[in-house]
Ligand binder design. Structure first.
Ligand code: NAP
Length: 686
């Protein structure tokens, strides 16, 4: 067998458009399993003020010139390019101690997160640069003054300071939202595993997909970077609560009220429901999940289950089942097949976990595993940071402190008993705010009481049961569409949550003014803004159509025959349309009324232009409301106004939203809604 040892790579930072080495030789970073040096890290001498300015000036300008859809397509291209290079990242990831399954979460999970943002943004955000928030607020009786909230990108830079455990995902889940928002970023990974982040950033820069200045990297210490922040910057920090608290109170951050999002450690709990007795599906799922959370990434996940809360009667069976399962987790070099759990990221990290186990022993006894006796199937027991899973038991959790407070960032969890559901909820809360909790139950009352009781103290709550066993993404996985972050001890931050995360990098502003000018600001037609009539707007392609293009239709009377025909034809013979006495007895009507859907159908008959043309399809309505009853003999008229135009970047058509208002002969609004259509960019189409 030939053993090849490669020379440690000298890591570089990417700032001001160049790859730069620190002024010093660099501190060696060691392979978690073999102890061999992998890389040298140093960022001494970087000009952080210049780097932040470079990002704000170059990157910010370029990104803000793009629309949300253009930025989303940029992320899609980036994600696809990274996916094509994933094996290179997997190979580099081995040195962090991650098995292939662990690295999947970090690498493909991270790239998948980027791709999810890219596709959600194109579905949920307009193809524009400004985002509106909520409805227009009328502020005057005559309609001449109104308010509208808008979001615009911050003009600063996002600074992402990450923990060592997710060198790829930790970066990608953060840069996706800021790039979509139109804000550049600088990433500072934790030193211990920065070689993997550096490699991925290198590849991203190599693609040339991102505009200059959109992404920078610091490989090494953050130096005086935070001294130069402004009120337009946004900092995200992921790491220990102790470092987070220190950074949050940095004088420049306090002085400038710089946005600071903190994702810190937490004592996440998982509860076995009182219904989930040994032998039930939920009991088995619980055992599997707790063991999985303890061993995936050797327990180095901020979301891992640290506290295992179970009905007192089931504790013995639970400890036995968990001990049995954990005993089968083959610990060794992650490069070797058959290894299920890798080492911790470093020997220092292992020392720290052992110290934390000692602290936990003030409250709890070890019931499985021995932190001082390493049993591995491969790897170097001396130089590798190996630690077998350690299960602890605390019999008096209400009298205990350490088990609710000390995070052993490794394969360590503590089982604790409860007697009532109130107690179980109270124990989860003793963590003083956590990223996630879970409850395993198949009982609706248990799910309701536990989830509502735990929710105020958690950013995410997972319910596990037999029905979702195969599809559940599990306790420990933050997902791009869902929020990640928790109150109190967990840092009080919130990330992702789909497009909510994008808004963290934008300023919400209440804009007040007259509708014509508000509409000019948002690029959306609103009631009271200018409208122009002429050619039927359905005859106009996207190249001709303007916001405010309007059609006022002819009118049409609704007769008793129409309503009866519609009732028979559709089968909707609800009494309010068919029986005068019964209708009049209804608190909302004086007599028989027309069907709401008949009104919407007649409205379409009034506004549609029938011949083939640029309008390709109607794909729905939004916010449909029937506001005034329509009686036999009433006359309907429609006003249809082009409200929002969203050309698709990668198709020959786009979406057009129309304001549709149906009025009666007295001018009262009987129905109001948005009609959604697909319209060709040019007509006739090439
Ligand atoms: P850490 O020691 O607190 O370090 C976190 C980051 O802060 C690293 O990038 C570190 O850089 C940087 N840092 C330290 N001092 C700094 C300073 N004075 N100025 C600027 N940056 C500074 O945490 P860690 O050991 O990497 O990560 C483990 C912890 O993170 C665990 O407690 C875990 O629970 C938590 N975590 C939380 C989440 C979450 O989403 N809530 C996710 C993952 C991990 P250097 O490495 O260069 O010192």
């Amino acid at each position: 067998m030939t053993i090849t040892t490669r020379a440690p790579r000298r890591l570089e930072s990417y700032v001001c458009g160049e790859w730069t080495r620190g002024a010093k030789d660099g501190v060696p970073l060691l392979d978690a399993a073999t102890g061999d040096p992998v890389a040298l890290i140093d960022a001494t001498g970087l000009d952080y003020r210049a780097a932040l300015d470079w990002g704000r000036d170059r990157g910010g300008l370029a990104l803000r010139a793009m629309t949300f859809h253009e930025r989303a397509l940029m992320l899609k291209a980036l994600g696809q390019a990274l996916m094509g290079m994933k094996e290179e990242f997997y190979a580099e990831s081995l040195a962090t101690g991650a098995t292939r399954a662990d690295a999947w979460i970090d690498i493909e999970g991270g790239i998948g997160t980027l791709l999810t943002f890219a596709s959600k943004a194109r579905r949920e955000l307009p193809n524009a640069r400004v985002l509106t928030d909520g409805e227009v607020e009328p502020l005057s009786r005559d309609g001449s003054f109104a308010g509208q909230h808008i979001y615009t990108p911050l003009q600063g830079i996002a600074i992402h300071i990450n923990a060592y455990n997710f060198p790829c995902w930790g970066m990608l889940e953060k840069i996706g939202p800021n790039l979509l928002a139109g804000v550049p970023c600088i990433v500072k990974p934790a030193s211990q595993t920065a070689y993997l982040t550096e490699l991925m950033v290198r590849r991203m820069i190599d693609t040339g997909i991102l505009p200059e200045g959109a992404l920078q990297l610091v490989s090494g210490s953050a130096g005086d970077m935070l001294d130069h922040v402004t009120g337009q910057d946004a900092i995200t920090f992921t790491g220990s609560a102790a470092t987070g608290r220190k950074l949050k109170t940095h004088p420049a951050i306090v002085e400038n009220a710089t946005r600071f999002t903190m994702e810190a450690d937490s004592l996440n709990a998982s509860v076995l429901g009182p219904d989930a007795a040994p032998g039930s599906d939920e009991f088995d799922l619980f055992v599997k999940e707790v063991a999985r959370e303890m061993t995936v990434k050797a327990g180095q996940k901020c979301t891992a289950i640290r506290r295992v809360i179970a009905p007192r009667a089931h504790v013995d069976a639970l400890v036995a089942a968990l001990s049995d399962r954990l005993g089968k987790a083959a610990l060794g070099n992650p490069a070797d097949e058959g290894v299920r759990m890798g080492p911790l990221a470093s020997l220092d990290q292992r020392d720290e976990v052992r110290e934390r186990i000692a602290a936990l022993r003030a409250d709890a006894e070890i019931v499985a595993g021995n932190p001082d006796d390493v049993r591995i199937v491969s790897g170097d027991a001396e130089k590798g940071a190996f630690l077998n899973p350690v299960l602890m038991y605390c019999d008096t959790p209400f009298a205990a402190q350490a088990v609710h407070d000390v995070e052993a960032f490794g394969p360590v969890s503590t089982v604790m008993p409860y007697d009532t559901m109130d107690e179980a909820v109270e124990l989860t809360r003793r963590g003083k705010g956590s990223l996630v909790a879970s409850v395993f139950t198949d009982d609706k009352a248990v799910a309701e009481e536990m989830v509502i009781g735990m929710a105020p103290f958690h950013g995410r709550v997972l319910i596990g049961n037999r029905r979702s066993a195969k599809t559940s993404t599990g306790h420990g996985s933050p997902l791009a569409p869902l929020v990640h972050g928790g109150p109190g001890r967990a840092g009080g931050g919130e990330e992702m949550g789909g497009m909510r995360g994008v808004k963290h990098y934008m300023q919400r502003t209440a804009v007040q003014g007259t509708p014509r000018l508000l509409s000019a600001v948002t690029g959306r037609w609103i009631e009271g803004a200018e409208a122009q009539q002429g050619t039927h707007p359905f005859r106009k392609s996207l190249s001709e159509l303007q916001i405010g293009d309007q059609l006022v239709t002819a009118s049409r009377q609704i007769t008793q025959e129409d309503v009866e025909h519609f009732a028979e034809f559709t089968g909707d013979t609800f009494y309010a349309h068919m029986d005068s006495d019964a209708a009049a007895a209804n608190p909302f009507f004086d007599d028989r009324v027309a069907h709401g859907y008949l009104i919407a159908s007649f409205a379409a008959g009034l506004f549609v232009d029938p011949a083939p043309g640029p309008v390709l399809a109607n794909y729905g309505v939004d916010n449909l409301r029937f506001l005034t009853p329509v009686y036999f003999g009433d006359t309907l008229q429609v006003r249809l106004t082009c409200k929002e135009i969203n050309p698709r970047e990668t198709a020959d058509h786009g979406e057009v939203r129309w304001d549709c208002q149906v009025t009666n002969q007295e001018g009262a609004v009987v129905a109001q809604y948005d009609v959604l259509t697909m319209v060709a960019k040019t007509w006739p189409q090439a």
